[in-house]
Design a protein around this ligand. Structure first.
Ligand code: AMP
Ligand code: ZN
Length: 472
């Protein structure tokens, strides 16, 4: 079966077919972080979604190139740089490093390219110059350059493709910004912002004078530089549909660089928001957790990833600490099952997986129905445990189940938690002493050690490889 994905452009679920005539290579771009502060786990819901998409495309046999930009110049960043008295580079490095560490902690594969806006000024300026040349952008008196929605529409293009727009309501917040007064029309947006006093030393030279690029144009310039003027997939959180992605389409297609009949992006994927108590998790509402907040509470990246990919990406999802506790319990059940399978498999090996792989694939092909995929995984855990308990699973069957998990986990990214690895030294030593006491037939001492282990929250479980400590 083939992958089907919801495309925001057509508002329908479509078969995913790459532009590559051989149907093998896929280019995907995900709008990256604005590195003005630590990202919150709402942001990471979107980044983990791109990781899931990229991994699943790999599972389906596609050769993926995954690009994610780093927005390292923007209004909030400039304000913070000024307030902190550091340089732009020093300020953004701290948050970029933290972001990349967090991505790793959440077991996300590193994007193949992570272009920074500040290192791509020539492409950004070239794109703006082309838009001016084609008459869909204009320089204002102060040296700012704006995209003209009116001229774009006059050229027969449609603005408002991802979301129905009410032009009277558009960008009301921007009316009050002084550098927007020079615009011909209120809906027009800045491609280049002329340098102001508030910008300090953050500026670049351009044909229109000193200034800096707008946020939208950086994504158009960098995505097309890395993936070509037409590419397969563009991802982001649902709040980016308008204005960010609408403006990306206008700039990229307004430049007229695509081949006849081709779009800038074939397939737009938007992830719904992570919520807290029914409200979007956001910095401005103050209802957010960063990854570090949760690590400090004793949770790990694996548990947080599990929560972030437990619900379908087009459903809003309510984040709670209880949800994380539930994730810990569910992963414990999975790990226990995998551990027993490994013991049962011993040296046996298998080249092909089991039914699990097919059920997982059927769920994920259906617009990445990850909640159905997890349901298949936990049904498999129950069936596997039953077969292990009934002793109806041969070592070869166990090896095939492990192979299936390996295939499924190349997408889910949970890994196999090596049981015993996190068993504290003290517990291992008590378990060894108890084993010795039993060998010595010193039953009183063995019982005492068993009670001591129990008081610390551990029991000894008999396994085919001998006794081992297990958390109660
Ligand atoms: P930013 O760094 O603010 O540009 O955001 C980075 C990404 O996080 C964008 O794709 C946003 O759409 C996404 N995002 C922001 N808030 C949330 C949220 N509460 N849930 C999911 N994604 C979010
Ligand atoms: Zn973007």
């Amino acid at each position: 079966m083939g992958l089907k994905l919801f495309n925001t452009l057509s508002r329908s679920i479509e078969p995913f077919q790459p532009l590559d005539p051989e149907g093998r290579k896929v280019g995907m771009y995900c709008c990256g972080p604005t590195v003005h502060d630590f990202a919150h786990i709402g942001n990471f819901r979107t980044f983990v979604l791109s990781d899931l998409v990229r991994r699943y495309l790999g599972f389906k046999g596609f050769e993926v190139r995954h690009v994610m930009n780093i927005t390292d110049v923007e209004d909030k960043i400039i304000a913070r740089v000024k307030a902190s008295g550091t340089t732009l580079g020093a300020y953004t490095k701290k948050y970029e490093d933290a972001f990349l560490n967090d991505l790793e902690e959440l077991r996300c594969e590193s994007p193949h390219d992570m272009p920074r806006a500040t290192e791509h000024m020539p492409s950004i300026i070239d794109l703006i110059a082309r838009l001016v040349e084609r008459g869909v952008a204009y320089a204002a008196k102060d040296g700012s350059v704006y995209f003209s929605i009116g001229k774009y529409q006059e050229a027969g293009c449609c603005y408002g493709q991802l979301q129905k727009l009410d032009f009277d309501q558009m960008r009301p917040g921007e009316r009050v910004q002084s550098d927007e007064y020079a615009k011909d029309a209120i809906a027009d947006f800045a491609l280049w912002k002329a340098r102001t006093e508030g910008d300090g030393e953050v500026f670049w030279e351009s044909p229109w004078g000193q200034g800096r690029p707008g946020w939208h144009v950086e994504c158009s310039a960098m995505s097309m530089q890395y993936l070509g003027t037409s590419f397969d997939l563009h991802l982001g959180g649902e709040d980016l549909k308008f204005p960010h992605h609408e403006d990306e389409i206008a700039q990229s297609e307004g430049a007229g660089v695509q081949e006849q009949g081709q779009r800038f992006v074939k397939h737009w994927v938007h992830g719904s928001h992570l919520q807290v108590e029914g409200k979007k998790m956001s910095k401005s509402l103050g209802n957010f957790f960063t990854l570090r907040d949760l690590l400090d509470k004793g949770f790990n990246g694996r548990e947080i990833r599990f929560v972030l990919i437990s619900a379908h990406y087009r459903e809003t999802f309510n984040f709670t600490i209880e949800g994380l506790n539930g994730a810990r319990a569910a992963l414990g059940r999975l790990d226990e099952c995998l551990f027993k399978l490994k013991q049962q498999a011993g040296d046996a090996s298998a080249e092909v997986g089991s039914e699990l792989t097919a059920k997982f694939e059927a769920a994920m092909d259906d617009d990445l129905n990850v909640s159905a995929a997890w349901a298949a995984v936990f049904e498999w855990v129950r069936d596997t445990n039953r077969q292990l308990a009934d002793q109806t699973m041969t070592p070869v069957m166990a090896a095939a189940q492990l192979k299936a998990w390996e295939q499924v986990d190349s997408v889910l990214g949970m890994g196999v938690e090596e049981q015993g690895d996190d068993t504290p030294e003290e517990i291992l030593s008590l378990a060894d002493q108890r084993q010795q006491a039993r060998k010595d037939k010193n039953w009183a001492e063995a019982d005492r050690l068993r009670d001591e282990l129990k008081s610390k929250g551990w029991v000894i479980e008999d396994t085919p490889n001998g006794p081992r400590p297990k958390r109660i």
